[in-house]
Design a protein around this ligand. Structure first.
Ligand SMILES: Cc1cc2nc3c(=O)[nH]c(=O)nc-3n(C[C@H](O)[C@H](O)[C@H](O)COP(=O)(O)OP(=O)(O)OC[C@H]3O[C@@H](n4cnc5c(N)ncnc54)[C@H](O)[C@@H]3O)c2cc1C
Length: 410
């Protein structure tokens, strides 16, 4: 079978590695001069910054992405975070993430246990948001703030923008796969390893090659057009989300178009800091529920010192974008950092914002539309078609697994 993949982001590369490993003929077209999309390194002043991700793999060496990397033979070492995460309380005290229950009254602790067991088994069928779900059972300021901090860090959304159903799937996966990890060499090491596998299996990856059109005949894909040339294929896999993909052909299915045009991307801001002394001191997530904007911070050099020049630390904060005033959002983030690390010396290396065509997630968590399209042999992978309960790249891996199932590749 011949497959053409649109986009060499993580989703496209995972799909390419799975298909070439199964002996299929694969061509990947990427419009940019580099592969990896939002999951690769950006070299800056001797630091390995990134085009998107915070160099974190949400479920570390045990999660769906790690599993898929192993299956295709990608040579990636993931260092599991230790501790998984901590929470900075209002008074500045730091507690382990798992101890958040101790901040609640005894009655609320008991209730939380019961409600969680019940809700994880019987997920809500309604459209209730995670914030409203928390409110329904617990009127607790700390839980609200922690929910926003977690959703902001992991999904670039506030708790009111995440369906409770999806958040409970995420909690299920957290119990199943546990906490996060950092790939040695950063996120670029992951997409570079996949690129090597695809090429060694005979796949071809072309950069600076934008797919301009998907050629459809009788509701079947026949090929793609790249720089005016038609490339014939049996299937097309697109890594650019449902909506952007539908703009590459004349989609006539109104129901499908209505469904996919309502999907909103999630938007965020990343601030990269350089410090001579550690600001956090471990490789886990530093949740900041009492900051005005920053949702969480990591210090990846505690897992992989090679991400910074010798003796330096790379610290990255993330915040969901709340208002339309981007400058104000950035200023509030910078102010938070001053207040979180009073008296500590650091330099702001780079501030990056993500929205529209280069967002944090093409489909905000809980709004994914599966991997199928209205065209029989056209599939979507990537963070516009994540699998259930999959945080970020774990969702990308789960989505690629689902797509491979649809295509009949295991
Ligand atoms: C600030 C930020 C922090 C994040 N942190 C993390 C994190 O720590 N951990 C984590 O798990 N996830 C994180 N994420 C999310 C993660 O980076 C993305 O979910 C993931 O990289 C998406 O990969 P993708 O393959 O779906 O899309 P992309 O990486 O966007 O790949 C799509 C590719 O298609 C190309 N393309 C577009 N149109 C065409 C065309 N017509 N023809 C050819 N090519 C085309 C694009 O150039 C791009 O390279 C973060 C994202 C951001 C922005």
């Amino acid at each position: 079978m011949k497959a053409v993949i649109i986009g060499a982001g993580l989703g496209g590369m995972l799909a390419g590695a799975k298909l070439t490993k199964a002996g299929h003929d694969v061509e990947i077209f990427e419009r940019l001069p580099f592969v990896g999309g939002r999951f690769t390194n950006l070299l800056y002043k001797g630091f390995k910054l990134s085009t998107g991700a915070l160099h974190m793999i949400p479920h570390g060496s045990r999660g769906p992405l790690a599993q898929m990397l192993k299956e295709v033979g990608a040579d990636v070492t993931i260092i599991d975070s230790d501790p998984m995460a901590v929470i900075r309380k209002e008074n500045g005290e730091i507690i382990f993430f798992h101890d958040f229950r101790n901040e609640l009254t005894l009655t609320k602790q008991v209730k939380l246990g019961t409600v969680l067991v019940y809700s994880l088994k019987f997920k809500p069928k309604s459209e209730i948001s995670f914030r409203d779900w928390v409110f329904k059972y617990f009127e607790d300021e700390f839980l609200f703030k922690l929910a926003d901090s977690f959703c902001g860090w992991a999904l670039s959304l506030t708790a009111k923008d995440v369906p409770a159903r999806e958040m409970l799937e995420i909690i299920d996966n957290m119990y199943l796969y546990k906490g996060s990890g950092i790939p040695i060499g950063g996120c670029g090491a992951v997409t570079d390893a996949l690129s090597k596998i695809i090429r060694s299996n005979g796949g071809r990856i072309y950069t600076q090659s934008c797919v301009e059109k998907i050629v459809i005949e009788n509701e079947m894909t026949k090929g793609v057009m790249v720089q005016g040339k038609t490339i014939d294929t049996d299937i097309v896999i697109s890594d650019i989300g449902h909506f952007e993909t539908s703009r590459l052909y004349e989609c006539k299915d109104r129901v499908y178009l209505d469904k996919i045009s309502n999907v909103k991307p999630s938007k965020g801001i990343k601030i990269c800091l350089c410090a001579d002394e550690p600001l956090i001191g471990h490789s886990g997530v530093f949740f900041t529920p009492y900051a005005q904007r920053i949702n969480g911070i990591n210090e990846v050099t505690n897992a992989d010192p090679s991400l910074a020049p010798p003796g330096k630390h790379l610290v990255m904060s993330h915040q969901a974008i709340i208002s339309d005033d981007l400058n104000e959002e950035i200023n509030l983030g910078l102010l938070d950092l001053q207040q979180l690390f009073p008296g500590k010396k650091y330099e702001v290396l780079l501030i990056q914002s993500y929205s529209n065509g280069w967002p944090v997630n093409r489909a905000s968590s809980g709004s994914d539309n599966g991997n199928k399209t209205s065209i029989t042999n056209l599939y979507i992978v990537g963070d516009g078609a994540k699998g259930k309960g999959g945080i970020e790249v774990e969702g990308v891996a789960l989505g690629v697994r689902n797509a491979m199932g649809e295509i009949g590749v295991c």
